[in-house]
Design a protein around this ligand. Structure first.
Ligand SMILES: NC(=O)c1ccc[n+]([C@@H]2O[C@H](COP(=O)([O-])OP(=O)(O)OC[C@H]3O[C@@H](n4cnc5c(N)ncnc54)[C@H](O)[C@@H]3O)[C@@H](O)[C@H]2O)c1
Length: 367
């Protein structure tokens, strides 16, 4: 697959009077894992925030953090119109099916929500006159990239429907960029760390939960694949820095979000977990068919957004999770509960017919 995102602005921005800083922010999918760390931080920065989220994972509330939250409107991004987006200075778009297994489960549904839904949302935002559109893309667009570190201009070799959709959204929304509409694509490394709306289906959180509840880590692979990782609070910081940046610096740009030192092999992560959770045994598996392996360069974000610097290493993240588990007395039943594994929770919602096969709520029809 070709590199889909343009690294340079497609149309040079006219220099006019200094545009106003974004203040009113809409966060789609803001009631999920990343959103529940991001929104309190945006509020603390003084932004006026509204969240729109379908609410698929509301049952996944692991702990209370006592922080302020923004109003959450239950909306499906597939149905949002330009009218509902009037008056916002920026959209931060997080609302998608959020990982590979979830998206392999039903590829056409994934295309529907993650590709077409996101492009339609960007079009509606542009029509409503929203000047900034910040998109949560993913380093998984690089796919099978080998041992060399890839940059924003490297070819994309997405291995899954999830990753393909991220590249397609970048391509199609990038084509909408003009003097009045500035999209920015934040290609996030795999997230980790504590969020009240927890996920245990992402690598560090999963390893930490397994280490705590079973004292054993049995990897399904030989642990050699590379993964870049980034703490959920550092992700939030990257979005804040993009909001604060002069428009021309982030106009129609893709940024890898993470840090060079935070490219890890999976085996290294398991060893770090075993260090932080004493007594935990690690067993490596055999070579796996999973072709996903990529090392990523984060030089560009450092250059364009010099105030952005990751504060969290994997080890610090494991320690944060261990403190949290001690604090809330995490049990195996809590760790294994469906809501914390996004695909299982959607399975429950489908099986109990709370949503239809297109993931539209149907509960209201039976009440
Ligand atoms: N967590 C990561 O490691 C990671 C890495 C790279 C990119 N991302 C991207 O960041 C975004 C947020 O990820 P997350 O980890 O917080 O996932 P999450 O599943 O916890 O949150 C996604 C939120 O979007 C909502 N949503 C899904 N489809 C929707 C729809 N059609 N309409 C309205 N709301 C909808 C869900 O209800 C959920 O609250 C996603 O786009 C994901 O692909 C995440």
């Amino acid at each position: 697959m070709e590199n889909l995102v343009i690294d340079k602005p497609t149309t040079p921005l006219q220099s006019k009077a200094a545009p106003k800083q974004p203040r009113r922010i809409l966060v789609t999918g803001g009631d999920g894992y990343i959103g529940n760390v991001m929104v309190p931080r945006l509020l603390a920065e003084g932004y006026d925030v509204t969240v729109m989220d379908a609410g698929f994972f509301r049952a996944a509330w692991l702990f209370q953090d006592g922080l302020d939250r923004a109003p959450v409107l239950t909306r499906d991004t597939r149905s949002l119109t330009a009218d509902e987006l009037q008056g916002f200075d920026a959209v931060i778009h997080l609302a998608e099916l959020s990982n590979d297994p979830l998206c392999e489960h039903d590829e056409s549904l994934t295309m529907n929500i993650n590709h077409h839904g996101s492009v339609a949302l960007a079009r509606a935002a542009k029509e409503a006159g929203v000047p900034r559109f910040l998109y949560a893309s993913s380093c998984s667009v690089y796919g099978a990239a080998g041992d060399e570190a890839v940059s924003e201009t490297s070819p994309q070799r997405p291995q899954t429907a999830y990753a393909r959709c991220k590249g397609l959204v970048e391509r199609d929304v990038g084509a909408m960029a003009d003097d009045h509409f500035t999209p920015t694509f934040l290609r996030l490394a795999t997230a980790f760390g504590a969020s009240p709306r927890m996920r245990f289906d992402i690598v560090i959180n999963n390893l930490a939960g397994l280490a705590w509840t079973t004292n054993k880590l049995s990897l399904s692979s030989d642990g050699t694949p590379w993964r870049p990782l980034v703490h959920v609070r550092d992700i939030t910081e990257a979005f804040v820095q993009v909001l604060k940046a002069p428009r021309e610096r982030v106009h129609n740009q893709a940024f890898n979000v993470g840090a060079d030192e935070q490219n890890y092999r999976i085996s290294e992560l398991a060893e770090t977990a075993a260090k932080v959770f004493p007594g935990c045994a690690v067993e490596l598996g055999g070579k796996s068919d999973d072709g996903r392996s990529y090392r990523v360069s984060f030089e560009k974000i450092r250059r364009h957004l010099p105030d952005f610097e990751c504060q969290w290493t994997a080890e610090r993240g494991f320690r944060q999770l261990r403190s949290l588990f001690e604090h809330i007395d995490l049990t195996a039943a809590m760790f294994n509960a469906p809501p914390y594994t996004r695909m299982r929770q959607l399975g429950v919602l489908l099986h109990t017919k709370q949503v239809d096969p297109q993931l539209r709520w149907r509960t209201h029809a039976i009440l």
